[in-house]
Write a protein that binds this ligand. Structure first.
Ligand code: ADP
Ligand code: MG
Length: 243
């Protein structure tokens, strides 16, 4: 589904920084890949390169065979296929919940308002928030807003969903409701790349875990491997700090 090969990304301000160093990573259809690593290790930059919110400087990234780094590729099409859920929810504050979920369906997927609303209500049902369809984001808790953001991403029928620390901005009592939605998606066979510090989720749901540090992919393996027998010193140190 996703194949990243030797991806390099540099930032030039405030100073030159080699943020991704020859990162190669494949994700199979239906796989749940969890990406872990310290702050500043390049996790968000890598996710953002996958749907070209950041443009990688070199390497290759294909999504079902389409080269994302091809300047001629249809980036709106790529973004429709590769959904993203952010730490900060990023709902449109001036739109009701249902309008948040229908807008891109109509503009990008060219669905009628009726079809978009039908799909929107089904997805709200799925994340347990159908009764909130007509309220505005600021009337919802953080956990509810994040469940809406997931429903909005799903409304595009993406091939892949990327999650960038989706529970990091939540009060602890709301983390579970968001992780439950994500677990259900995983069970349904959604292809997911999840950056998270929730090691319980990684252990239970990940098919594979990747550890990044200093812009490099240091180690990857099954959750079992990571939590019982990590190979690299950097991985051991990181896990000892967060577990
Ligand atoms: P992580 O998500 O693992 O915490 P990031 O991918 O956000 O790490 O950042 C990796 C490195 O790239 C950090 O040193 C960060 O400061 C830097 N960085 C990220 N985005 C930018 C940007 N837009 N401009 C300059 N530097 C950036
Ligand atoms: Mg990040």
């Amino acid at each position: 589904m996703i194949s990243a090969k030797n991806v390099n990304k540099y930032f030039y301000t405030p100073e030159e920084l080699h943020a991704l160093k020859d990162v190669s990573m494949d994700v199979a259809a239906g796989e749940v890949l969890v990406v872990i690593g310290p702050s500043g290790s390049g996790k968000s930059t890598f996710l953002r390169c996958l749907n070209r919110l950041e443009y990688a400087n070199s390497g290759s990234i294909t999504i079902e065979g389409t080269e994302v780094l091809d300047p001629d590729c249809d980036i709106n099409e790529i973004r429709a296929e590769v959904g993203m859920v952010f730490q900060s929810f990023n709902l449109f504050p001036h739109l009701s919940v249902i309008d948040n979920i229908t807008m891109a369906q109509m503009t990008v997927r060219k669905r009628s308002k009726k079809d978009a609303e039908k799909k929107g209500m089904e997805l709200l049902e799925k994340v347990g928030l159908a009764h909130k369809y007509n309220v505005y984001p600021d009337q919802l808790s953080g956990g509810q807003q994040q469940r809406i953001a997931i429903a909005r991403a799903l409304a595009m029928d993406p091939k892949v969903l990327l999650f960038d620390e989706p529970t990091s901005a939540l009060d602890p009592e709301m983390v579970g409701e968001v992780l439950d939605v994500m677990k259900n998606l995983a069970k349904e066979g959604m292809t997911m790349v999840v950056v998270t510090h929730e090691m319980g989720f990684a252990r239970e749901v990940a098919d594979r875990v990747v550890f990044m540090d200093g812009g490099q992919l240091v180690e990857q393996g099954t959750p079992e491997h990571f939590f019982t027998n990590p190979e690299h010193e950097r991985t051991k140190l990181f896990l000892s700090q967060i577990l």
